[in-house]
Design a protein around this ligand. Structure first.
Ligand SMILES: Cc1cc2nc3c(=O)[nH]c(=O)nc-3n(C[C@H](O)[C@H](O)[C@H](O)COP(=O)(O)OP(=O)(O)OC[C@H]3O[C@@H](n4cnc5c(N)ncnc54)[C@H](O)[C@@H]3O)c2cc1C
Length: 380
């Protein structure tokens, strides 16, 4: 079994150069905006800054673009699932994220691999009607559910969430990288030099950078910057050999399954609490296999030939932190995107870019600031 992701199949010489340009001689070391971190969040902020007319943007990535979960994630964009999990302003941002994904896909000739997909959420117990209403979910009788998705197993409770979507994580990274400005990889940022309430210099493994503004999008907040309490929640995903059947949408229970255009199933998104090792575990793959067979009995015939894992950075309330850094007028952070970084990226990127440009905190970031975390949570 290979531990490469299915998304990595798009890597060739040309895309490898985009993902790992090294330190180009032309690197802009005095940009208007410096973004630290070349995951989906950092690249979305950079591309959004440029869309809003901020020309000089530099991204510094310590490894290669998308080195973290950004290119290993499932690629599911389902804001209505989160309407049931985290009702509130966060869901509006998630819905705006999906809307902007659609705009990017239309503007960039489908380069991100976006697919509109209905989502069948199955469970052993009934989801309360009040929650269903928040998500605009329709309860289906089991027979109706199987008419809609003939491969679905015999689940007693099925909810239909229409017009959700999926994206190809690595195609998204590549599309963003081509629009993100000046990029260097293999460059780690280690400290800020400040004067008054401004960051005036950023120290990196490739020398100093003097930006007008800086955004930290490093997955989790770096310890040298902010002692924010965070955990990393591991997850596994598998892919099968191509199926002869065709799924009509995404099906999900505690894990989710979607089908690629070539027939392979991508299935997973486990929450492996307490497992801190970046290793694929046979036991986790077996658990996915068992649940996948409950979801889609015909999948039992398919071979699992890929399995990979990655980590979700997470705060106590499982919501991201998108804020200006305390005491600094020209530094922001967008971290701890847990399980929805791909979904949120375009809306979060646009919000941060417009905050930098206007100086005014966008209303859509309500509830995502550092101030919601009790002081005890800020101290490690
Ligand atoms: C199993 C699994 C499935 C998932 N499925 C989905 C899904 O279906 N849909 C969805 O929306 N989300 C999903 N997610 C969540 C999503 O992957 C993350 O929320 C998202 O990738 C976070 O992006 P990021 O850019 O914040 O972080 P990262 O991808 O971690 O990027 C941060 C980058 O910063 C770099 N960096 C760190 N420190 C420094 C430094 N000091 N200097 C320079 N560079 C630095 C890192 O190398 C890294 O490349 C999933 C996550 C997991 C684990």
């Amino acid at each position: 079994m290979s531990h490469e992701t299915v998304w990595d199949d798009v890597i060739d010489e040309g895309t490898q150069d985009v993902l790992d340009p090294g330190v180009p001689a032309s690197l802009d070391r005095a940009p208007d905006v410096l973004v630290i971190g070349g995951g989906v969040i950092g690249l979305s902020i950079a591309a959004s800054c440029r869309q809003l007319g901020i020309e000089r943007v530099t991204v510094l990535e310590g490894s290669v673009l998308g080195a973290g979960p950004s290119r290993r994630a499932g690629g599911i964009l389902a804001p209505e699932v989160h309407a049931m999990l985290h009702p509130g302003p966060f869901v509006d941002l998630a819905r705006a994220g999906l809307q902007r994904h659609r705009e990017w896909s239309a503007a960039w000739d489908g380069a991100t691999g976006l697919r509109d997909r209905d989502y069948l959420l199955v469970s052993d117990s009934e989801v309360p009607e009040a929650l269903r209403r928040l998500a605009g979910a329709q309860a289906l009788a089991p027979a109706d559910a199987r008419r809609r998705e003939p491969e679905l197993g015999p689940w007693p409770h099925v909810l239909l969430l229409q017009h959700q979507a999926s994206v190809h994580p690595l195609r998204l990274i590549l599309a963003l990288a081509r629009r993100a400005g000046s990029i260097a990889t293999g460059v780690t940022v280690s400290a800020f030099d400040t004067s008054g309430n401004r960051v005036v210099r950023v120290r990196t493994s490739a020398g100093r950078v003097t930006p007008g503004a800086v955004v930290v999008a490093t997955g989790e907040a770096p310890r040298w910057l902010l002692p924010l309490a965070q955990v990393q929640v591991k997850g596994h995903i598998v892919a099968t050999t191509p199926a002869s059947f065709r799924l009509r949408g995404i099906v999900a229970s505690t894990i989710a399954a979607l089908q690629l255009d070539d027939g392979r199933l991508v299935c997973g998104g486990t929450f492996d609490a307490g497992d801190r090792q970046p290793l694929v575990r046979d036991a986790a793959v077996a658990r996915i296999r068992a649940e996948m067979t409950r979801l889609l009995p015909a999948s039992a015939e398919l071979e699992i030939d890929r399995a990979w894992c990655c980590f979700r950075p997470c705060t106590e309330d499982e919501l991201p932190v998108i804020d200006r850094l305390p005491g600094l007028s020209n530094a922001w952070l967008s971290v701890a995107h847990f399980r929805t970084g791909l979904l949120l990226a375009p809306a979060a990127g646009h919000a941060v870019a417009s905050w930098i440009r206007s100086g005014v905190r966008p209303a859509e970031l309500a509830g995502l600031g550092l101030d919601r975390l009790a002081p005890a949570r800020l101290a490690d």
